[in-house]
Write a protein that binds this ligand. Structure first.
Ligand code: HEC
Length: 142
């Protein structure tokens, strides 16, 4: 009996890895420290021209184009992480610092999805960001 349980576990792990939605929180946290924290601070707070991600960044996933923007913004897209590593970091980060702002039907990023967005870098970050911020403001009635 236990053999089947082990096989089922192994299969589940392999499937999650294949879809690129595995999240190892310790690895994600270390990757955030190495790649993001220098600008975004340990808690995702904003400083200077670095926008506050804490209690905010999840909002982007509620408006069209925002899910791609979070990956395409240069700090994400150019990070020295492969697609699976960036997907893991973003999935971890969104839940860690902005879970309350995520849409109820939030689906974790897969490595393949991250790869597709990364292949289309943003030429003008603010030209994409401003309309997204306006749509987010309309959602919350501000
Ligand atoms: C060198 C500083 C720097 C680093 C390192 C950095 N970022 Fe950023 N990040 C910024 C700045 C500045 C912005 C504002 C948009 C822009 O000008 O790129 C930003 C914007 C963002 C946004 C959009 C937030 C918003 O409100 O527009 C996300 C998401 C983001 N960064 C994620 C990350 C992640 C994830 C990492 C690490 C993998 C990272 N960043 C690394 C500087 C940085």
């Amino acid at each position: 009996m236990w053999v089947w349980a082990l096989l089922a576990l192994a299969f589940a792990a392999a499937t999650a890895a294949a879809e690129g939605v595995e999240v190892n929180p310790d690895r994600a946290r270390i990757n955030y420290m190495l790649n993001c924290q220098g600008c975004h601070l340990p808690n995702g707070g904003g400083v200077g021209d670095i926008p506050q991600m804490r209690n905010f960044v999840g909002n982007f996933l509620k408006v069209p184009g925002g899910r791609a923007f979070v990956v395409q913004v240069p700090g994400s897209a150019n990070a020295a992480l492969d697609d699976a590593g960036l997907a893991e970091l973003l999935n971890w980060m969104l839940l860690e610092i902005s879970a309350a702002q995520l849409p109820e039907d939030f689906e974790p990023y897969t490595a393949a999805e991250v790869g597709q967005y990364r292949a289309l870098p943003l030429s003008d970050v603010n030209a994409v960001r401003l309309p997204l911020i306006q749509k987010i403001a309309l959602l919350s009635g501000n």
